[in-house]
Ligand binder design. Structure first.
Ligand code: DAK
Length: 256
């Protein structure tokens, strides 16, 4: 049973809420492991189409647990069990939506950037303050942030450690929508439910193709897109989608 997060199954959407309020959801090994485990369960459950992850009104997550980090020397970091958890989070193949209120700092910002879609409350703060601790981002913060907000803003955020607010994050392209803080989860769930009604294999391949755009050259990305597009021609859901359009009715996608 997870102890530092809760999971609600809302038909085809799972809502994971980080619950470590006494440390502003700082990602200690236990919380990160529970999160990775729950994503594994969601991955394996064919009824789950989309996952939404959120924190509290005050903090999505205030970073890695600094007290835990203080106990790790170089060898401890090399053998850090959290690395495996981060890899499992990165490998999650279904759509992941983050509903971010309050602080998303350090590893918390990096976790939010693992999401495919970010919805932020107007009070959200995104930052990579590791430089203030004499370290630097270690869970993709330099790579994903630069791709999300561009070089100049990423450099400013990582080198000064100063966060940006929700509006700046939206202008830079890090988040797609800004809501009133009390509506962030609701909006994220509504988006998740919309995606959940689509053909799962098309969603999965579209996600994979979009992520390829971040880490490959254009020709390879286009080749992947063509292969993925062609693969979908073999699915029943494609036939259903086209038939539903022609018969002027809603499609019923099954994932086959
Ligand atoms: N770790 C542990 N405890 C934390 C914490 C954190 N990151 N952030 C907050 N807390 C705790 C505080 O210590 C405090 O606990 P008590 O003193 O009450 O026991 C409680 O949460 C409430 O925090 P504050 O009293 O400080 O609350 P404020 O509203 O005054 O300030 C704040 C909120 C978010 C501005 C402040 O708490 C803060 O600056 N927190 C630290 C933020 C930070 O520096 N984050 C980056 C951490 S480094 C890696 C993967 C990941 C990483 C590295 C490597 N690999 C896979 C290799 C990531 C590194 C990081 O994230």
């Amino acid at each position: 049973m997870p102890q530092l997060l809760t999971v609600e199954v809302l038909e085809q959407v799972r809502l994971i809420t980080l619950q470590r309020p006494e440390a502003l959801n700082a990602l200690n090994t236990q919380l990160l492991s529970e999160l990775a485990e729950q994503l594994g369960i969601a991955e394996a459950d064919s009824a789950t189409r989309v996952v939404v992850i959120t924190g509290s009104r005050k903090a999505f997550a205030a970073g890695a647990d600094i007290n835990e980090m203080a106990e790790r020397d170089l060898v401890g970091i090399l053998n850090d069990p959290r690395l495996a958890a981060w890899q499992r989070i990165t490998a999650f193949s279904k759509p992941l939506v983050a509903a971010v209120n309050g602080y998303a700092l350090g590893g918390g910002c990096e976790l939010a950037m693992h999401a495919d879609i970010l919805i932020a409350g107007s009070d959200a703060r995104f930052g990579q303050p590791e430089i203030n601790l004499g370290i630097m981002p270690g869970a993709g913060g330099t790579q994903r942030l630069l791709r999300a907000v561009g070089k100049s803003m990423a450099m400013q955020m990582v080198l000064t450690g100063e966060p940006i607010d929700a509006r700046q994050a939206q202008q830079a392209g890090l988040v797609s929508e800004v809501t009133e803080p009390e509506l962030t989860v609701e909006r994220a769930l509504a988006i998740a439910q919309r995606i959940a009604a689509k053909a799962p294999l098309a969603v999965r391949l579209a996600k994979e193709a979009l992520l390829k755009a971040q880490d490959t050259d254009l020709a390879s990305g286009l080749r992947f897109e063509r292969h993925a597009f062609t693969l979908l021609a073999g699915t029943q859901d494609r036939a259903e989608g086209i038939a539903a359009f022609q018969q002027k009715r809603q499609p019923r996608f099954t994932g086959a």
